[in-house]
Design a protein around this ligand. Structure first.
Ligand code: SAH
Ligand code: SF4
Length: 401
């Protein structure tokens, strides 16, 4: 059962008004902070000190930064502030998973999830308030899109969670070892704000995470996959969900713009820069929609074809996490395992994702937050809902597979 803590909502205080006029230092990666310090006439090593205070020690007040000269602290206080996120609630799952809702203003609430495991602590971060891609099986997609999160709001989720957890668990060393950009939103449709946040995660003066332990998950924004490979090649997960274009376009509308062949070619290019020597493909198992043996066999064929161009893959099957508006059902475990067996028999490494935080709606695709839909996605989804499955081929379940 989930323990829920309702936390205070921020108001429009004089401090908030003052903050709107000065720079939020959570927006800057180390290069950005060095440039900012340069404008104040300060040397680069001051930026490094400041960066460590903010990210490694969780400081919010320049007066805490005792190894900075008082004159510099005063200068900073006049020109900058450190504004983290405001949690509105926290839900603790029986399995240790923690979900936070953060108020990002103007009626938008985003979600962040911490998933503890024996050998790692993973934080699942949101990149947008809502999402404009509008995947059929995703609760965020059904909410519509409000706005891109700022860099400060993206890194602010890690900053808040890491320092909260250290206190909460009584630890002095790092608690979060892995980050997955698998919360609300399509990270590669918010590239400009995402990039500095990724750099802060990797920076040894920041969170010092390994590239292999920071994963960007994308529904397939091909040009931005190429940019990411150049700018900051972290681990990549690609949400595939179907072995052929008609079905994929129905489930992931972005497929009409970047169809499967183009997407897999981009994956092969990405692999040359990637910190892991394979790309992870996520595949949400939807009962009677994309979970039949025939779909698995088509996937094997597809991967075989692209492996000739050098693509190496791993599959992660995600049992669908249902929500009422979707009109879709989770494949049962026998179906998921039969599907996995076909992939594995063909030599494809395949895992089935464990569902965590079920009791607090913190599982993949259940993150809905509460966003102001400014693009009409919600409206379109609602009108489509009745005939929603019309375009999707629902096949009858084969018995005994
Ligand atoms: N926009 C990005 C990242 C966020 S979604 C993307 O689509 O990859 C993170 C993962 O959750 C994706 O693989 C997505 O397909 C999956 N997902 C979305 N809704 C889901 C649901 N209801 N059940 C299971 N997985 C879901
Ligand atoms: Fe957006 Fe990803 Fe959800 Fe699709 S699955 S609607 S891309 S968050």
């Amino acid at each position: 059962m989930g323990v829920s803590a309702r936390l205070g909502r921020p108001g429009t205080t004089p401090a908030r008004i003052l903050h709107a006029m000065t720079a939020n230092l959570l927006d800057y990666d180390l290069e950005g902070l060095a440039a900012f310090c340069g404008q104040l006439g300060e040397k680069r090593f001051r930026a490094t000190q400041l960066f460590r205070w903010i990210h490694q020690k969780g400081a919010t007040d320049f007066d805490q930064m005792t190894d900075l000269a008082k004159s510099l602290r005063e200068k900073l206080a006049g020109a900058a502030h450190i504004q983290g996120l405001n949690p509105v609630s926290r839900h603790d799952s029986a399995d240790g998973t923690i979900k936070w809702l953060f108020d990002v203003g103007a009626g938008d609430v985003i979600e962040t999830v911490f998933i503890p495991e024996a050998d790692r602590g993973t934080l699942c971060i949101s990149s947008q308030a809502g999402c404009a891609v509008g995947c059929r099986f995703c609760s965020t997609g059904h909410q519509g899109f409000s706005r891109n999160l700022t860099t400060a709001e993206i890194i602010g989720q890690l900053w808040y969670a890491e320092h909260f957890l250290r206190k909460h668990l009584g630890k002095t060393e790092r608690v979060i070892s892995n980050v997955v950009m698998m919360g609300m939103g399509e990270p590669l449709q918010n590239y400009a704000q995402l990039l500095p946040a990724l750099r802060m995660m990797l920076d040894d003066h920041g969170y010092g995470l390994s590239r292999r332990r920071v994963t960007v998950s994308t529904s397939g924004v091909v040009p931005m996959m190429d940019r990411l490979a150049q700018d900051c090649p972290v681990a990549l997960a690609v949400s595939l969900h179907a072995p052929e274009d008609e079905l994929r376009s129905n489930l992931v509308p972005l497929n009409k713009k970047y169809p499967i062949a183009e997407l897999l070619e981009a994956c092969t290019r990405y692999q040359a820069a990637a910190p892991r020597d394979f790309i992870t493909f996520e595949y949400c198992m939807l009962d009677g929609v994309n979970d039949q043996p025939e779909h698995a066999r088509m996937l094997v064929e597809l991967m075989r074809k692209h492996s000739l161009q050098g693509l190496a893959c791993k599959f992660n099957l995600i049992p669908f996490n249902p929500f009422p508006a979707s009109g879709l059902k989770r494949s049962d475990m026998a179906q998921v395992l039969a599907f996995a067996k076909i992939l594995m028999d063909a030599g494809i490494v395949t895992t089935v994702r464990k569902t965590r935080g079920d009791d607090i709606d913190a599982a993949c695709g259940q993150l809905a937050g509460d966003v102001q839909d400014r693009t009409g996605v919600q409206q379109r989804m609602a009108t489509q809902r009745q005939g929603m499955l019309k375009g999707i081929k629902i096949v009858s379940r084969e018995v005994g597979v």
